[in-house]
Design a protein around this ligand. Structure first.
Ligand code: AMP
Ligand code: GLY
Length: 428
């Protein structure tokens, strides 16, 4: 089969790389792709991931695309999967109605309430005075979230009333997040280690749990500095035992999948393991990034068959392709100078080939391109995700950093402590 992957980041490189290894996949296409994806797929750089019409046109034009796998949330929330299904095309990714679980935090709270999914106590507001009254009810500290999609930037954990009020005013009065922040969710501050959990599902009642991962969202070592889209990740998470994982599948992921049926794709729950049990922070309607860069390398070559089975309601027959190896994977994100703020592009990158000579190292491209001379250059905030695999988190971590040590570009920044706490047996 021929598979089109929509997107052009590290997650999509990991998807394309894994799909290209599936014996049932004869060709991988990517829109728009990037310089790394171009090594394993035919890229369509002029087709942006959120240009629904252009993607539908591409799939229609190429009658031989058997499956479209949608990487990012924006096209899903905008209805790409619906448009393709209307044309009888197979898609891995939920409908716009189901993708609202990520597209609206207020909607997600409502779904959780209906299904008894444990989550932070919250209120939904479009009025500043009412929102502030709820902050007072919570005791001053509060988490303020823009309701809509804000590229991971719409959440502020406010330690005190003053900061919470400012965040509410930023959304509701100053329109800091535009339309996405016209409604805010205000919720209690939870405490505990965070874990990302995923289920793939086919809309026909089958729901299969994938392994766990833990992201590092803050820019600096020791979880300092601003929030980012993710500076590194590891899998599996040693402190999530089988009992907890099964509990989350039954009481969180399967509940939401059923409420949103038919849900065809991957449902991602961001959870906090609090003293009173796991609680949901957020849902996403897609694979995580950089979670995909540690999950997919640990999965078997049959990932294409698995995603196809989700798109066609046959997951029950192909669940074996959702297995994970017994080892571990760690990915370290190498970012541009200035990220997560503004950053330069076109900066020459060296050392990727050298990194790949190390055992157990894979380099996923997140934001790369080629200049006129054909040299690899930066083209985004997150530039590379260097993944190490090994028999333990410690070995995987050493390998990832051996890969990173080979890579250079001006102003590059990365965390030096990805997965360090997991090696030491701590939870965060
Ligand atoms: P979200 O986009 O909802 O996952 O939020 C981004 C980050 O904000 C999460 O990864 C958490 O670190 C933090 N966060 C979100 N909700 C809460 C909460 N209720 N309590 C504490 N931290 C939170
Ligand atoms: N790693 C966080 C996300 O993909 O949303």
């Amino acid at each position: 089969m021929k598979v089109l992957v929509v997107g052009g980041g590290g997650r999509e490189h990991a998807l394309c790389w894994r799909l290209a290894q599936d014996p049932t996949v004869t060709r991988v296409l990517a829109a728009p792709g990037n310089a790394g994806i171009a090594q394993v797929a035919d890229c369509f750089p002029a087709v942006a991931a959120d240009d629904i019409d252009a993607i539908v046109h591409l799939v229609e034009e190429r009658r031989d695309v058997d499956l479209t796998v949608v990487g990012p949330e924006v096209p899903l929330v905008a209805g790409l999967a619906d448009e393709l299904r209307r044309r009888r095309r197979r898609v891995f990714g939920p409908s716009a109605a189901a993708a609202r679980i990520e597209g609206s935090k207020a909607f997600a709270k409502d779904v959780m309430a209906r299904r008894g999914v444990p989550t932070a106590r919250a209120g939904v507001f479009d009025d500043v005075r009412e929102a502030v009254a709820f902050v007072d009810e919570l005791g001053g500290a509060a988490v303020v979230k823009a309701d809509g999609l804000a590229a991971g930037k719409g959440v502020l954990v406010a330690p005190d009333r003053e900061t919470a009020v400012r965040a509410i005013e930023d959304c509701l009065i100053a329109s800091a997040f535009g339309e996405a922040g016209r409604t805010v969710v205000v919720e209690e501050v939870l405490d505990g280690p965070e874990v990302s959990m995923f289920a793939v599902t086919d809309g026909e009642g089958s729901c299969v749990l994938l392994d766990t991962a833990q992201d590092h969202k803050r820019l600096g070592d020791g979880d300092t500095g601003p929030n980012t889209g993710g500076m590194g990740c590891y899998s599996p998470v040693p402190f999530v035992d089988q009992g907890t994982a099964t509990w989350v599948l039954d009481n969180v992921l399967a509940q939401v999948v059923d409420e949103l049926r038919p849900y065809r794709g991957v449902l991602y729950a961001g959870l906090m393991l609090t003293a009173t049990g796991p609680k949901v922070l957020e849902f996403n309607c897609r694979f995580g990034d950089p979670e995909a860069e540690v999950l997919l390398p640990r999965m078997p070559y049959g990932v294409g068959t698995l995603l196809h089975a989700c798109a066609t309601g046959r997951l029950a027959y192909e669940a074996g392709n959702a297995g994970f190896d017994d080892g571990a994977a760690v990915t370290v994100v190498v970012a541009s100078e200035g990220y997560p703020g503004s950053y330069p592009t076109g900066v020459p990158i060296t050392g990727v080939e050298d990194a790949l000579t190390h055992e157990g190292v894979t380099v996923f491209h997140a934001g790369t391109g080629r200049n006129r001379d054909g040299q690899l250059v930066t083209a985004g905030g997150r530039v590379l995700a260097v993944t190490g695999q090994g028999s333990s988190i410690s070995e995987a971590r050493d390998r990832a950093y051996r890969g990173v040590a080979e890579i250079h570009f001006d102003g590059m920044q990365f965390r030096s402590d990805i997965a360090a706490h997991a090696v030491e047996g701590a939870r965060t």
